[in-house]
Design a protein around this ligand. Structure first.
Ligand code: GCO
Ligand code: MG
Length: 402
């Protein structure tokens, strides 16, 4: 089953997406997401310039061999651009494999380990009252787990707060927006905010929070400890994780569960975090972590150490990634939770899909393959637009992690 054609489709139905489409000699088409927010064209060019010429004529059935060929064959290993490009090929090949067998992808991945996958939504607001309203709205939609981010008194902007009624969307056209940061303001605010949330919504709902890489380990230890009475499901990205051993310090101070990894791209980024049981959830997802093949190896390593998955699922991952992630989530034994931000109607019309949401849970559907398609003529109407993620500065102007 030879690959005879490949194309990279860049479109912007509200935000930018990069999609790889592979076609076999039997006419089966497979899709893979290759979107890297704010750096989309680099992955598109890596695919067009370096990968596609190597794929034409290869046997589409040899998924693992192709993965190794692209990973080892490049000599220059790892990195988000390389791994997103490899992921797109890998997912497209899994899509083709499952379509050629006429089954949904999860059946090829060992079958379903559960009936459906629990997802969490994103509540946010300029202040606590508004965030409580947004949280209640997610509960009324059936969500069993909700992430809560609120504006911080004294700061004119922060991570995770949407503009008006739009879902939170960090990428902005033309130049990077600038956010303001103060660790002191943040640490004073979040425990009170979580106390209000728990009081208002009772003990059952899972409450999540994203610190978005902004604290030092000891500050994260303090926050984790102060949140313990309110039983958060997880505290995400408490500190930047380049230094994996820094999580030891957080662990010494708190039993609040920790989730990390949306910016990681290979198993080597989380090996120590997993093997020393320094985290509870690994946040890596299909598109940025080398595809289904590599992510399954990460999940298998994590399973031995009782770490569960909690894949990234913001709107900057396309519906192609979301579909693939749901097949992964349904099949892997140590699934924990899946992030879910619904895409805009424009995005959904460009990417028709079989996955569904019901009562806080999602299912990838039973269409053959990953169950996500792309409407190419419609995609062509939405031209790429330069967009940047925000940057973050402390009140004195010092650059800080965003
Ligand atoms: C999350 C993430 C996102 C990222 C975004 C960057 O937990 O969903 O932190 O909001 O910031 O995906 O592109
Ligand atoms: Mg995050």
């Amino acid at each position: 089953m030879k690959i005879v054609d490949a194309k990279v489709i860049v479109c912007s139905p509200g935000r930018n997406f990069v999609t790889l489409k592979l076609i076999t000699e039997d006419g089966i088409a497979g899709l893979g997401d290759a979107t890297l927010n704010g750096r989309e064209l680099s992955v598109a060019s890596y695919l067009t310039d370096h990968i596609i010429p190597l794929l034409i004529g290869r046997d589409a059935r040899r998924i693992e061999d192709t993965w190794q060929y692209l990973y080892k064959g490049a000599y220059w290993r790892r990195g988000p651009v390389t791994m997103s490009a490899i992921a797109a090929v890998d997912v497209a090949l899994w899509d083709i494999k499952a379509k050629s067998l006429n089954v949904p992808l999860y059946q090829v991945l060992g079958g379903a380990s559960r009936d459906a996958v629990m997802v969490y939504g994103h509540a946010s607001g300029d202040d606590v009252e508004q965030t409580l309203g947004s949280f209640g709205h997610f509960l009324s939609l059936g969500y069993k787990a909700v992430r809560a981010q609120s504006g911080i008194p004294g700061l004119n902007s922060t991570y995770g707060i949407s503009h008006g009624t739009m879902a939170y969307e960090p990428a902005e056209k033309n130049a990077p927006p600038e956010n303001q940061w103060s660790t002191e303001h943040y640490l004073r605010h979040v425990p009170q905010f979580f106390a209000r949330l728990r009081k208002e919504f009772g003990p059952e709902v899972h409450m999540l929070h994203d610190a978005h890489h902004r604290l030092t380990p000891i500050e994260a230890g303090r926050l984790g400890k102060e949140l313990e009475p309110f039983h958060p499901f997880w505290l995400e990205d408490p500190t930047p994780a380049e230094l994996q051993e820094s999580f030891r310090l957080i662990r010494q101070h708190t039993t609040t569960p920790l989730a990390v990894g949306e910016v990681f791209d290979t198993i080597f980024d989380c090996q120590q975090l997993i093997q020393e049981q320094l985290i509870d959830y690994i946040r890596m997802t299909v598109v940025h972590a080398g595809g289904i093949s590599h992510l399954r190896k990460i999940a298998n390593l994590a399973e031995i150490y009782q770490v569960r998955t909690g894949s990234h699922g913001a709107t900057d991952l396309s519906p192609v990634c979301m579909g693939a992630a749901l097949h992964f989530d349904l099949s892997v034994h140590n699934f924990g939770i899946q992030e879910y931000m619904p895409h805009t109607p424009e995005t959904n019309s460009v990417f028709p899909h079989a996955y569904t949401f019901r009562d806080g849970f999602m299912h990838p559907g039973d269409a053959p393959g990953i169950g996500v398609d792309i409407d190419e003529p419609l995609a062509a109407k939405y031209q790429y637009q330069t967009a940047y993620l925000p940057i973050n500065r402390k009140l004195d102007g010092t650059m800080h992690s965003w």
